[in-house]
Design a protein around this ligand. Sequence first.
Ligand SMILES: C[S@@+](CC[C@H](N)C(=O)[O-])C[C@H]1O[C@@H](n2cnc3c(N)ncnc32)[C@H](O)[C@@H]1O
Length: 368
Amino acid sequence: MSVDDRDMPAPSVEDLTGAGQIDADPFAAARLQAITTQEAIQQMTGADMRQHALKTFITLGLADSLDDDEFRTSDELAEICQADPQMMARFLYAMHAHGVLTTDERGNYGLTPLGQTLRPGGAMSAALGVITSPLWQQAGDNLAATICTGRPHSLNGEETPYPLLAADPGLAGMFDTFMSSRTTGLAATLSARNFAGFRTVADLGGGDGTLLAAILTAHPHLDGILIERADVAARTEHRLAEQGLTGRVQIIAGDIFDDLCPPADLIIVSSILHNRDDPANLKLLGNARQALEKAGPHAELWVVEVPLPVPGLHSHGIDLDLRMMSLFAGGRERTLPQYQNLLAQARLDLINVVPLPGDHHLMIAMTD
Ligand SMILES: C[S@@+](CC[C@H](N)C(=O)[O-])C[C@H]1O[C@@H](n2cnc3c(N)ncnc32)[C@H](O)[C@@H]1O
């Protein structure tokens, strides 16, 4: 139980909107004003060429042509990839600028840690695979139709892309890796928190188990429950077994919005609420509250999301909100006060908000 959190005063709505944070950043306004219209046009429309370049890096086999700590000349890489040497030299020059490649003292190229994630199964490779898949691309192409009709236009009548992922194991595997690579950064911060007062941690929609595995590994006194869709649960079971966690985790193939959660004194929902509308989330939160009440008054709910910033400011949440709009019926990012209100409707009190990497926030709630 994180006693420190409970001792903290409840956050005011001003704290929650991040207003203090904005005042404390004297460069935020300057950054917004400093950019000219032409620079903004270049930055916003240039993103597609960077995405093409990253995909091309994979297609050419460059990510596989260099071992860690290995450096090769531009001509060697052109020969390995059967490419035109001059074109290749220009392409490598660009990828160096993008931080995918580094150079040694002779000007030969090697992969940076970022470049290594472009290998098959790597984080950026999986992210690109998902984002440039026909399903994700169609969702973006149909955004205008989605805005006009109020419903995503690329889901074949489904509410979310998850049933479509289940029918496409290749894409589903990349989605798991994409989520897991993003969650790995959060898992280090979250698992460093104080879990001394907890016994059972339930991760609802816990994906491939990245977060739960990190927490259980760091805190050997804990047991875990992970509830997932049947297709994902089967892969997760295998993955957690590989990490030696089989005896400590109960994996349940179920529906986190409809099924009751077994009692747990810490329930985590990470990147779940933003996929659905308020009524669906209130069912999930109502079920979670019952499980927390059975566990005792010390029990906590941890919600991890990327809240929307105050109007006019950009954060990762702005892009994610349009992504949710295009791919999830009722999916949306919310402001911190909207999350506080949603939790209150499920009779859960928001007691603390902790900033996490990548514009994510941990919202800690307890039964009222
Ligand atoms: C955006 S991912 C987040 C995964 C993980 N919590 C994380 O933060 O990395 C959402 C997860 O919720 C799962 N999910 C979606 N709807 C579900 C449902 N009705 N029941 C169980 N799991 C569900 C999906 O399979 C997916 O793994």
